[in-house]
Design a binder for this molecule. Structure first.
Ligand SMILES: [Zn+2]
Length: 517
């Protein structure tokens, strides 16, 4: 078989079998009737031709088979995740998967995933591997490729010109539809990820707030626990009026709840560094985030605050790299582990840490496992299984809406317990310290509304469920009763609120961004 023919067949396979999500989304916008039928067929032809063009550009006697096989294998996974969870494989999703550990990956494992891998990945790859490629002389190969490239370009131009009105609407008004094409969009996303991530040379971290100081030492000293939550959408908290009681313990504490709090991104890898950074959501980028010091560094510049980051989620996503970071996902550090290490284990041993910090303010950050999906049923000990029946698979699309919600809400109940336990831990120190607990979830979560699950959608098309998050603050001395609770806040406020909380004087502090002022 010639390379061209192999490429044509593979492109056809991709168009027919790996783009279910794409065509489903297209048909939602352009119902399969009347002229739309013609448009959708032209779209399929366009996708096919574009792949032929792309694969031919990348082909050579030594690369064709390897590239096609790699694309088939990767696309079998992307197809699975797109078809089952309705996620989009953009550069942030690539960043998330690059930062995923084995435990998180195993959480996603399923029989269907293996079937996708075998049917869409391994079987066609096997045939490609076995096929004998007919390689002609350089001259013949060159002209054959040139012919294919020119012909496919011509077809692309012809299609777009003939249906120009449709394609204007498709590319301008429904920009998000092409996020679902496979394998073209993930290939683009890898390029996008690399350009957003890799620097030419070493990352130089720009210092900020070097003038930071606590001019009048805090008396009593501050003892602050900040909990970074995981995937807690605001509308599932009874604190925000959810009809199921998901906050039975927190409602008894004197907390100041923020019902209108919004995240910076829709994934952990984006939101966590963003919320601690000096940049607002509109200005933030991954590169800016890692190459600029964050609010914890500024607090550290005062030399009067001890900072400890404990992590039961993944890691600090670069936020605590210059500070003390402890991994609590392992039973070596975390003493409360059953099927997995529990968030409350992060409280063990804090008494000793606090005792060791002589005459200093203290900030402890606890990064929760929280409501990390899709295996919500694993996120809580059995005794928290109050809402039943529970979805006990990671294949959410197989479960009823009710059982997914139940599993998710039970995990919220466990977080409610962990957060109230953290508050009660702080109460012991009320006489010695000025105590505060601040809670903010990193992003929200989709639970099957419109077929969308999990999180990580590009911000501008992400549903509110992924952006509207749980957040509250608690003060041991009940101060700050004057906070405007009903105001809309976001993770942009954290940088300045933490500085204000410790009474830090610095040029980078903006009073109007501080929730407490
Ligand atoms: Zn997260």
């Amino acid at each position: 078989m010639t390379q061209t023919r192999l490429i044509l067949i593979t492109a056809l396979l991709f168009t027919l079998f790996s783009n279910l999500s794409f065509f489903t989304n297209v048909i939602e916008v352009y119902p399969f009737e009347g002229m739309n039928i013609l448009y959708i067929l032209s779209l399929a032809l366009l996708l096919f031709t574009f792949m032929v063009f792309l694969f031919t550009l990348l082909s050579s006697r030594y690369t064709t088979k390897a590239i096609l096989i790699m694309m088939l294998i990767i696309s079998s996974f992307t197809s699975y995740f797109m078809d089952s969870y309705h996620v989009v494989i953009d550069s942030e999703m690539i960043r998330n998967s690059m930062q995923t550990d084995l435990a998180e990956s195993l959480d996603l494992f399923s029989v269907e995933m293996i079937l996708y891998l075998i049917i869409l990945g391994i079987v066609p790859s096997f045939f490609i591997y076995k096929i004998e490629l007919k390689i002609d002389s350089f001259k013949i190969e060159f002209f054959r490729k040139l012919k294919t490239i020119l012909l496919s370009l011509l077809v692309i131009v012809l299609i777009v010109v003939s249906f120009s009105k449709f394609y204007t609407s498709f590319f301008r008004e429904h920009k998000s539809l092409r996020y679902y094409t496979n394998p073209t969009y993930w290939i683009y996303s890898i390029g996008d990820y690399i350009s957003k991530t890799l620097n030419s040379g070493e990352v130089i971290v720009k210092p900020i707030g070097l003038d930071a100081n606590i001019t009048t030492p805090n008396r009593p000293h501050k003892l602050v626990i900040m909990v970074v939550g995981e995937a807690t959408r605001a509308d599932h908290l009874s604190l925000n009026g959810y009809d199921k009681e998901t906050n039975p313990l927190l409602k008894r504490e004197n907390i100041i709840n923020f019902p209108k709090f919004y995240s910076c991104g829709t994934s952990t890898a984006y939101s966590v560094p963003c919320m601690f950074s000096i940049y607002n959501r509109d200005d933030y980028s991954y590169k800016k985030g890692i190459s600029t010091q964050n609010v914890l560094d500024v607090l550290d510049h005062t030399k009067k605050v001890s900072i400890l980051w404990r992590d039961n989620n993944s890691n600090s996503k670069g936020v605590a790299t210059r500070l003390t970071h402890q991994n609590f996902k392992t039973s070596e550090n975390n003493t409360i582990c059953d099927i997995e290490c529990r968030d409350e284990g992060m409280l063990v041993g804090l008494d000793r840490y606090i005792k060791e910090q002589k005459d200093r303010d203290i900030l402890i950050i606890l990064h929760q496992m929280g409501n990390h999906g899709p295996a919500y049923y694993k996120r809580y000990p059995k005794s928290f299984e109050k809402f039943t029946p529970v979805c006990k698979t990671n294949q959410l699309e197989k479960c009823s809406k009710e059982s997914i919600n139940n599993a998710y809400d039970n995990a919220l109940l466990y977080s409610d317990y962990f957060l109230s336990k953290s508050i009660n831990f702080l109460k012991k120190y009320n006489n010695q310290f000025s105590t505060t607990l601040l809670y903010i979830s990193d992003h929200g979560e989709s639970l099957g509304e419109n077929g969308i699950y999990l999180h990580g959608m590009p911000y501008f098309i992400a549903p509110n469920a992924q952006k509207h998050v749980g957040a509250f603050i608690w003060f041991g001395d009940n101060s700050h009763n004057d906070i405007d609770k009903e105001k809309e806040y976001s993770q942009d406020n954290l940088f300045h609120t933490l500085l204000g909380l410790f009474n830090v004087k610095t040029e980078v502090y903006q009073k109007e961004m501080d929730i407490l002022r």
